[in-house]
Design a protein around this ligand. Sequence first.
Ligand code: ZN
Ligand code: ZN
Ligand code: ZN
Ligand code: ZN
Length: 349
Amino acid sequence: MNQKQIFNSLAKNAFDFLKQAIEEFDRSPKYSVIHFCAAVEMILKARLMVEHWSLIVSKPEQANIDKFISGSFISVTMEESRLRLRDIAKEEIPDDAFNSFRELANHRNKMIHFFHSGIDKNEQAKAKIVAEHCRAWFYLHQLLEKWDAYFKGFRGEVSKANRAMKSHSKYLSAKFKVLKPELDAARNAGNVPQKCNACNFKAAIPDHLDQQITNLTCIVCDHIETQVEIECPHCSQQVVVASEGFATCWNCGGKIEPEHVVYALTDGAAHIAIADGENGWENANCANCDGYHTVVNRSNFYFCGNCFDISDHVEYCGWCNEPNTGDMEHSYGSGCNHCDGRMGWEKDD
Ligand SMILES: [Zn+2]
Ligand SMILES: [Zn+2]
Ligand SMILES: [Zn+2]
Ligand SMILES: [Zn+2]
């Protein structure tokens, strides 16, 4: 088996597990939790596989191809996968996405270690599982779209899974009905609930931070999302970019990258500031994602167009004098995430 064949068999298996998890849910929620989580892990491993097969072995320095193919090896944990993807493939799995995957894994561990009786008939427990699946699929789907160059042979599987997830969320309709008074109250208060990108119910209550940036909280599946509305850099149509700066334009199919979001958000704000003769409107560096000049001043708050993190203020690095969303107290000596401070400068001397 060559690298490509191993990748294909891993990815194929992942979609098979996902399908199984959705199909068997009603019969056996326990196995559904276990299989769904395994599918997520396999997709992450498949992406690692693209770099090198030994990266999915817990200790790559001890990796042995024969043992690998026969399946006798200890594979990476979810945490290790994330770190290796970041450090080796330069693929960042955002916090929100990873937290939702870890939640699945914790739930899976509980299911494996403790016997839960009666879960098959416990509607509340089942709704919780489906909500968890909806959120995890939202993030996994996003990653698969971002990694389309590697998973292009599986586009059919991705859209099949997406359709299956849509019908999977029907298990949340009882909860949706119960929450109707709350949704009506939000609507009456002017916060018209929108369709949730994770569970598809019209239950995401918007909180408009400004004209372009909105926080949405779904009260059915608890999915939280920040949306930014910008002009598509390719076709000039209005597009909504959800959670992290990657999206595909609904109109022209063009890729929207974090730098487009940063640029689009800077534009408006900077114009007003310049007209008002205000200082301090240069973009700041992000302490959360290490983004360089990705943090835009939105007059009431600071917003990172790369990781969508919101900060209420920025501080200036004592050494390089760049604005930064992190704590800059000791920055004169030790620097910020984009300079090494005085100590680094002396070392170079
Ligand atoms: Zn939802
Ligand atoms: Zn477009
Ligand atoms: Zn950031
Ligand atoms: Zn600095």
